[in-house]
Write a protein that binds this ligand. Structure first.
Ligand code: RNT
Ligand code: ZN
Length: 418
């Protein structure tokens, strides 16, 4: 696309938005401070780098076997850097414990230390990517169906120790980067069939979390993630939405909203304004559930747009952390990062471009027709011109320009991985 065309289109868009009371220059500025936390696990189908790594368990699944997944830490880093070079702005990286730099060492989950993430800390500094973190309860011989809620004290203590160590690692990351590391806890604990002592496992999970959170840290923040069900664990999820909201509210912990972890017709967007009244902050796992928690690549769909609109409407940009969470092994994985990240950014940009003041005036005055009309007209306002300007300013491909670039990297690099 010709630069002059992009500039002209932006000028027109700026005028049109200004007429509705929206300052596009300010939106561009805000977008510059909007950082996604890219999930490292799209690059390698959630495999990680444990020397003894086995199959993916814990009720989650990657499907597809598109060639070229990252097979080691160097390839994963290279792929992430490639992906971010096509995403405007600066972003964070969200690591799982299983992505430590273990080299040839066998490090069991209850033995992991900050030193296993030292090279990540340095890499993050070098490339301007701040780190977030996750404990990893799945894909391990002791995972089974129950981890932090396991009545077997040996197994439960193993996972408590793991999660405590993960918090210490997150603290080290946060301190080194001078910005809190957001650490997410999601455990798959549940049961395939009818469970008649549901409260027992929830009591155990609550107790485990209390023990894990007993240490106060200054450079990391905890968040807890609920889910409806996992594959093979369909009848009962210990860490349900109600469980974690109760826990989060009573313990002042951040809630993680994974957009794939609710009933298909439930609005995740509508949770934002309630939760923010009771918990300090939110973490997002932006995903795209197709019929179930399928973790398809995020696109610019209505649920995602509505979620970001709600955050903007709550003036809560600073109280939300924007993680992505999907793992599609059926298409080019670098492309998957770029599509999902740019889609999330477009949703945020469109949310920021909403003529909120005018809409709220109509609402307050009981002018329902006018409110609905403006909402409808907003949809066809020239937001793509603002988006193109954002890409141009950030020196990343405008429009579909990244397709050929991703193909080139595939031809030269990922397709050669056997
Ligand atoms: C699983 C959860 C969890 C994982 C990652 C890998 O349903 O969404 O967040 O996707 O931790
Ligand atoms: Zn998630």
């Amino acid at each position: 696309m010709k630069e002059q065309n992009i500039l002209n289109a932006y000028d027109n868009a700026r005028e049109r938005y200004a007429a509705l009371g929206v300052d596009t220059d300010k939106v561009l500025e805000t977008m510059q401070n909007f950082h996604l936390s890219l999930h490292c696990w799209q690059a390698d189908d959630v495999m990680g780098f444990e020397r003894h790594a086995g199959a993916l368990t814990g009720g989650i699944q990657t499907t597809g076997n598109y060639p070229g997944r990252a097979r080691n830490i160097d390839e994963l880093r290279q792929d992430i850097l490639k992906a971010v070079s096509y995403i405007p702005g600066t972003h964070r990286l969200n690591l799982h414990e299983t992505y430590g730099d273990f080299k040839d060492e066998v490090v069991d989950r209850d033995q992991v230390e900050p030193r296993h993430f030292q090279s990540w800390i340095e890499w993050g500094k070098e490339h301007g990517m701040k780190l977030d973190f996750n404990s990893t309860s799945f894909s391990h011989p002791k995972s089974g169906n129950l981890t932090l809620s396991n009545p077997d004290e040996g197994i439960r203590n193993f996972w408590i120790e793991h999660t405590k160590r993960c918090r210490a690692i997150a603290e080290a990351m946060g301190e080194a980067q001078g910005d809190p590391c957001i650490m997410n806890i999601w455990v798959h604990d549940g049961s395939k069939d009818i469970t008649v002592n549901r409260i027992k496992y929830r009591e155990l999970l609550k107790d485990s979390l209390d023990r894990i959170f007993a240490t106060d840290y200054r450079h990391m923040k905890d968040c807890i993630e609920s889910k409806v069900f996992g594959i093979g664990l369909e009848s009962y999820t210990v860490g349900s939405n109600d469980f974690y909201i109760g826990y989060g509210v009573s313990r002042n912990k951040m809630i993680t909203l994974d957009t794939g972890h609710f009933h298909p017709t439930e609005s995740v967007a509508d949770k934002v304004s309630s939760l923010l009244l009771y918990v300090p902050e939110l973490m997002l796992h932006v995903s795209r559930p197709v019929r179930w928690d399928s973790d398809h690549v995020t696109i610019m769909d209505d649920p995602t747009l509505e979620l970001f609109q709600e955050i903007v409407r709550c003036h809560a940009l600073e109280r939300v952390h924007y993680g992505l969470d999907y793992f599609d092994a059926s298409i080019n994985r670098i492309g998957a990062y770029v599509i999902g990240s740019r889609a999330a950014q477009k949703c945020m940009m469109r949310a920021l471009l909403e003529p909120l003041a005018a809409l709220r005036q109509y609402e307050a005055a009981g002018q329902g027709f006018e409110r609905l009309a403006l909402l409808e007209e907003s949809k066809s306002m020239p937001w793509p011109a603002v988006w193109d300007m954002f890409c141009l300013k950030n020196n990343v491909p405008v429009g579909d320009g990244y397709i050929a670039e991703v193909e080139k990297y595939e031809a030269e690099v990922t397709s050669k991985r056997k």
